[in-house]
Unconditional design. Structure first.
Length: 349
């Protein structure tokens, strides 16, 4: 047994990662040279519970809780936490531990590998911030275009239609104008299309009646377009939600339903929005073909990426659950923040 432990320690010291071992009592019995080089402390200071002194105070309770719980269950774990480096800088590390057993099957402790992931986390956060800014810029542009279409082009077309009806004069040279009523009808159709485009860019239902009504309307429109069976339930949702949270949740619903129509081949969809005193929860489930979340190209597609970023902008969380042949479920959580203004009521809708 001593020879085996000696060989393990010799191999661990040559490994390019930080490696540790713990005994039955959860205390560290070994840390390799890489670990000691990282922390800059002697081995006796890192053994037992000494290694926890280098864990960031804000991460220590979470880290030790996950470590202890996994240890008791004899389960593999992966924890990310900040560990103090020899230069006193805290670095993010990913610590993976696995139980190991004696030849007779008895539990012998844990072996773990720890890697510095600070640079990759910073890169991911930078990319996320860029994505968030892109979405914000896109939304601002949509609102600007919607206002221009509605207030400028729409009004101009309405005035032009009235003027054409009044201009029922015969053309010179014996030529005849197209029937003015026909021209007016075409202008009305253009105005309707402009209005629909405006509504898509800046949903008036959300502005005037709140998130719950806007989601219900979107579900009804999706049913008409795709002939899928959609059930929608919105419970205890206040009408005066913060505009950023409400807008992004509505866009998540729109994108999720769009994905259902394009990919899932689902005959049925369920949308549930519920509010507590402090949180909004949104679940969108379908009974379609599903997909492999880990390996499918859909998992990294633009639609899911946009939904994930929208929930980040709303200060919330996003999760996708799916398996091939078992449908898909999108789960979102966001803080319940109220706006100072109630949604405007309008007779235009």
């Amino acid at each position: 047994m001593a020879d085996i432990e000696g060989r393990f320690r010799a191999i661990a010291d040559k490994a390019p990662a930080m490696i540790w071992a713990a005994g039955l009592d959860k205390l560290r019995t070994h840390v390799n040279v890489r670990w000691l080089d990282f922390t800059g402390r002697p081995a006796q200071s890192e053994l037992g519970n000494g290694w926890t002194e280098g864990v960031h105070p804000d991460d220590r309770t979470r880290c030790l809780g996950a470590y202890s719980e996994s240890f008791d269950r004899r389960q593999e774990f992966r924890i990310e936490y900040r560990l103090r480096r020899c230069d006193r800088e805290y670095r993010w590390v990913c610590d993976t531990g696995v139980p190991w057993f004696e030849v007779d099957g008895s539990f012998a402790g844990y072996i773990g590998v720890c890697c510095d992931v600070t640079d990759s986390k910073l890169a991911a956060e930078a990319l996320s911030r860029v994505s968030g800014r892109l979405i914000e810029a896109h939304d601002r542009e949509c609102i600007r275009i919607a206002r221009e279409l509605h207030e400028d082009i729409g009004s101009s077309l309405a005035i032009l239609g009235i003027e054409l009806i009044q201009a029922g004069q015969p053309a010179s040279g014996g030529q005849k104008h197209p029937p003015l009523q026909e021209i007016y009808q075409k202008l009305q159709e253009i105005g309707s299309r402009v209005s629909r485009l405006s509504n898509q860019l800046q949903p008036p239902m959300l502005k005037y009646f709140g998130l719950a009504k806007a989601i219900e309307t979107e579900c009804q429109e999706f049913t008409k377009r795709c002939q899928a069976r959609v059930s929608c339930s919105c419970n205890n949702v206040p009408p005066n939600l913060d505009s950023t949270i409400a807008f992004n949740l509505l866009k998540v619903v729109e994108e999720a339903l769009r994905n259902v129509g394009k990919h899932s081949r689902a005959p049925g969809v369920r949308v549930d929005l519920n509010a507590t005193a402090s949180e909004l929860t949104l679940a969108i489930s379908d009974d379609g073909i599903g997909f492999d979340v880990e390996n499918s190209r859909l998992a990294g597609g633009l639609g899911l990426t946009m939904m994930r970023e929208r929930m980040r902008l709303a200060g919330g969380e996003f999760e996708i659950r799916s398996k091939s042949g078992e449908g898909s479920t999108i789960l979102c959580r966001a803080p319940l923040v109220l706006s100072e203004n109630q949604p405007e009521q309008s007779s235009r809708l």
